[in-house]
Design a protein around this ligand. Structure first.
Ligand code: ZN
Length: 357
């Protein structure tokens, strides 16, 4: 039987250039559904008896080509357990070594975490008496944007994940957090919930996740550049969440992302906000130090240049929230790569992201 390649599943995205014959399987990364961003890929390769190279020809034309050196694609034979495939970045192409096993093999930029998986988790989480699962609003395509609430303390903590749909490690962080939060007899959970109200939006760009987009929603909007003035047509997900945050207020804001080139997790804070104070910066520094100690994933070294004083982009969620509410507000960047010994530390995976959560 001839080799076949498809992306006909939630989160799938690939363009097949040539799959037949005995040479390499030639593929290309498509653009997001309504914008010119390209980085995310997810596809299945079926049948074939011999190992073949998969060549993603246009990797060098991706939005973040600096994400490829040291990068290894993720591979799964059952959609549940994922590992890293031997991958090379050569002459602008990403070359993945395909070793057939079973009916079909899945390859993706990072392990898949589709809406259906979140729905199964939320069905379990809502059985806990102290957790409620609701909806913040609707996406461009009419999907519910889930919102989990718990806690009865007097301070409000908001956490968002996956405003950028291709940054799937953020979904695994939210998954780990929600599993822990749903435990009935957990002293740490109780301690937190007695002191704080938690609001968790675990999958903000719910359409983008299903469409197989990297960075934009179904209307082509980059949701983490919409927080200064969210358009209810183009960015209804942010419009709804901002309304919900204004209702509750916020004392601590966390926004989970993943960075394509950083080999470690790091946090960006309010350092560039026009009205930031030394006191707020000290609180954010304290929070970073706690996260470093507790998770052993976060490194106190930015993965990109931090904003100069007064230069913050207030269309980003954490900057907007820090500026508007004067609270600690961090963008948490997980790695996507696992680059072996050059990483701090090596072996980044969905399970590690869950533990971080
Ligand atoms: Zn992001």
């Amino acid at each position: 039987m001839p080799t076949w390649v498809d992306a006909d599943f939630p989160g799938g995205s690939i363009e097949v250039v040539r799959a037949a014959g005995r040479g390499p399987i030639e593929l290309a990364i498509p653009e997001d559904s309504a914008s010119d961003v390209r980085q995310w890929f997810a596809f299945r390769v079926g049948t074939g008896e011999r190992p073949r190279d998969i060549v993603i020809q246009n990797a060098g034309e991706a939005t973040f080509p600096n994400g490829w050196p040291g990068y290894r694609a993720m591979v799964s034979h059952d959609g549940a357990r994922w590992s890293r495939a031997p991958t090379a970045y050569e002459d602008g192409a990403l070359v993945i070594r395909h070793v057939p096993r079973g009916q079909a093999t899945l390859y993706a930029y990072f392990a898949l975490y589709p809406v259906a998986r979140l729905e199964r988790l939320l069905a379990r989480v809502r059985r806990a008496d102290h957790v409620s699962v609701g909806v913040a609003g609707e996406s461009v395509m009419g999907r519910p944007v889930p919102l989990v609430s718990a806690g009865w303390g007097d301070r409000t903590v908001w956490l968002l994940a996956r405003q950028h749909p291709g940054e799937v490690p953020a979904s695994f962080v939210a998954d780990g957090l929600l599993r822990r939060l749903a435990r009935e007899d957990d002293d740490t959970v109780r301690f937190v919930l007695e002191r704080a109200r938690l609001r968790v939006a675990p999958l903000v760009d719910v359409d983008g996740a299903e469409l197989g987009n990297m960075r934009t929603n179904a209307a082509g909007a980059n949701l983490n550049r919409a927080w200064d003035d969210p358009d209810p047509e183009d960015a209804p997900e942010v419009h709804a969440l901002l309304g919900a945050i204004e209702e509750t207020g916020v004392d601590l804001f966390l926004d989970v992302h993943a960075d394509e080139s950083s080999p470690f997790a790091f946090a960006a804070g309010s350092e560039g906000n026009p009205s930031v104070t030394d006191e707020l910066l000290a609180r954010e520094a304290e929070l970073r130090a706690i996260l470093e100690d507790e998770t052993r994933e976060l490194v106190d070294e930015p993965g990109y240049p931090l904003d100069a004083p007064g230069e913050a982009d207030l269309s980003c969620a954490s900057n907007q929230m820090g500026e508007r509410f004067g609270c600690p507000a961090l963008t948490l960047e997980m790695p996507i790569k696992d680059c072996g010994d050059e990483c701090v530390p090596a072996g980044w995976s969905p399970a590690r992201a869950q533990r971080f959560g």
